[in-house]
Design a protein around this ligand. Structure first.
Ligand SMILES: [Cu+2]
Length: 233
């Protein structure tokens, strides 16, 4: 079921997929039934000699039932989806990340992603900040808190394997979080048509195991390598 979805490597991805599946199973049978009825009606009630079309005013309960019952079913399914998706949405939007969360700033611009890392002191706007284009390095199994800003137009921060997509709006700072559960290198495209070079606006999320993470931070901040391992938070 839904096997065409990309792999999921985020802590909240399975919940989002379950909402997808619920919507899929609500919509797919309904689609087949309605399209089937339309096709059947086309054949069954097609024009034939001596057969006149009838006009239904819909003023008997028997006729109204054709409208009211499907409406009730659709509303019921809608509320079911709302009920199931509200806690998932709340977790993605209102989760308070762990105290040891890794923080990174994202600046979207025509046409690349610029990531700013706070360095070993964990504070932005200091001398050990580091900027990388199109490479978002994060530790595995740790909350990552990011802020999204745009230097020009609307972009969209999209990481399919995290089930994460968020528009980036000029003039606003939008906060988000994720927690990646598997190491690897994953695509991070811009999902909003943002200009002529939109198709080239593509970065990568690189999730490191704890050992790789220590190595990577030592490479990036060799002057801090003497400090306790696991820095860069
Ligand atoms: Cu873009």
């Amino acid at each position: 079921m839904l096997s065409w979805l990309p792999e999921n490597i985020s802590t909240y991805g399975a919940d989002i997929d379950s909402v997808y599946a619920l919507i899929y199973w609500c919509v797919a049978p309904w689609f087949l039934v309605t399209e089937g009825l339309i096709l059947l009606s086309l054949l069954w009630f097609r024009r034939r000699p001596g057969r006149r079309a009838l006009y239904f005013r819909g003023d008997t309960w028997g006729q109204l039932a054709w409208i009211l019952i499907p409406t009730a079913v659709v509303l019921g399914l809608d509320f079911w989806i709302d009920l199931r998706s509200a806690p998932v949405w709340a977790n993605v939007k209102q989760h308070v990340p762990a105290a040891n969360a890794f923080r990174v700033q994202v600046l979207a611009k025509q046409f690349n992603w610029q990531f700013t890392y706070p360095g070993p002191d964990g504070v932005f706007g200091t001398a050990d900040d580091k900027q990388l284009d199109n490479e978002l390095h994060v530790p595995q199994d740790r909350d990552v808190v990011f802020t999204l800003e745009s230097a020009d137009v609307v972009h969209s921060f999209f990481v399919p394997v995290l089930r994460l997509k968020q528009d980036v709006l000029p003039g606003r700072t939008i906060r988000g979080w994720f927690n990646a559960t598997r190491p690897g290198r994953f695509e991070l495209p811009c999902a909003e048509l943002c200009g002529f070079g939109h198709y080239t606006m593509r970065g990568f999320l690189i999730v490191h195991t704890p050992e790789e993470w220590d190595l990577w931070t030592q490479e990036q901040w060799p002057q801090a390598a003497a400090a306790p391992a696991g820095g860069g938070s």
